[in-house]
Write a protein that binds this ligand. Structure first.
Ligand code: 13P
Ligand code: SF4
Length: 301
């Protein structure tokens, strides 16, 4: 990537100078994912690996809730997010107050909260989950009913795999809600033999129509293990771009949808983040303690 080489060189030097690491989500663009990231993965892997970071500075190439999770797990380190506007439609769909109202409405029912939420929402929860461990988290509670917030589709997709009654919220991922079952039927007609993988934030009809559903890490593993000749990933566009670099023999069929929040992170603002020490992620200590507990509890499931 010669067009990016100035920024890449500068970032590599700044990482050494500042004793910094870059954690990048699978939806980051290939030049970030392959050229400057130290740790890449899905939300679960990023949270797990954040616990083992020794560097003093963490740059989170991803969205704000991921940076907050890294800060929760590393209260004494500096966590930077290159663009404060990198949000998430799911995180924006619910407030701490909404969680308290749900608890009043369903007394005694445990609250499982997707990591795609603010620290304030996590602080009101019994345990967090990601798309990679949601079923295991729900089962670990041993309860007949759980409240699962805020992604309605993830909740319904998990409900289809368990006898536990799931009470959902109405949040949606603006990237995954746009895929439809007829998109997949059309793909199958246009690209015979295509293997279709869907993220569990997609509507249940899309998951039902796909060959496999799983987190971004599970999709990556699936492609690596099964090596389908043709594959369509019903998820964010950079996933296909990043895997295609490692599997030139596989035909990646698009369509895909872009996440405008993930795409706010660029090499240029990662460089500025390290040069200017911005934007420092802070969490109210009263919120942080309770939110950390919900995240850490998930990591032991
Ligand atoms: P995972 O990488 O955990 O599957 O999450 C996808 C996502 O939408 C993150 O914003
Ligand atoms: Fe949020 Fe969806 Fe973007 Fe992930 S892909 S950050 S869930 S809007």
């Amino acid at each position: 990537w010669p067009a990016f080489s100035d920024d890449i060189d500068a970032i590599l030097a700044l990482k050494r100078e500042r004793n910094a690491v870059i954690l990048a989500h699978n939806y980051q663009t290939p030049e970030i994912f392959h050229c400057v990231a130290d740790i890449v993965g899905d939300s679960l892997a990023l949270a797990r690996k954040a616990m083992t970071v020794e560097a003093q500075v963490i740059v989170l190439a991803g969205v704000h809730f991921m940076a907050e999770t890294a800060k929760l797990l590393n209260p004494d380190k500096t966590v930077l997010i290159p663009d404060l506007g990198a949000g998430c439609s799911l995180a924006d769909s619910i407030t701490a107050w909404d969680v308290r109202l749900m608890r009043e409405r369903y007394p005694g029912v445990p609250v499982v909260t997707y990591v795609n939420t603010s620290a304030a929402v996590k602080a009101e929860s019994d345990i967090c989950c990601t798309s990679g461990n949601a079923l295991a988290v729900v089962k670990s509670l041993g309860a007949p009913r759980v409240i699962m917030l805020p992604d309605e589709y993830l909740a319904r997709n998990i409900a289809a795999q368990t006898k536990v009654e799931i009470i959902a919220w109405t949040g949606r991922c603006e990237v995954h809600e746009r895929f439809t079952a007829s998109d997949i039927q059309e793909l199958r007609e246009a690209y015979p033999g295509v293997t279709v993988l869907a993220h569990p934030e997609c509507p249940p009809e899309v998951v039902a129509e796909a060959d496999f559903a799983g987190s971004t890490a599970a999709m990556l593993d699936y492609v690596g293990q099964h090596k389908p000749a043709r594959v369509a990933l019903m998820t964010e566009c950079s996933m296909s771009d990043n895997i295609a670099v490692e599997h030139p023999e596989i035909e990646f069929v698009r369509p895909c949808n872009l996440c405008p929040h993930m795409k706010r992170i660029t090499l240029r603002n990662i460089r500025s983040a390290l040069e200017e020490n911005r934007h420092v992620v802070t969490i109210d200590p009263c919120v942080a303690e309770r939110a950390r507990w919900a995240v850490e509890r998930m990591l032991f499931v």
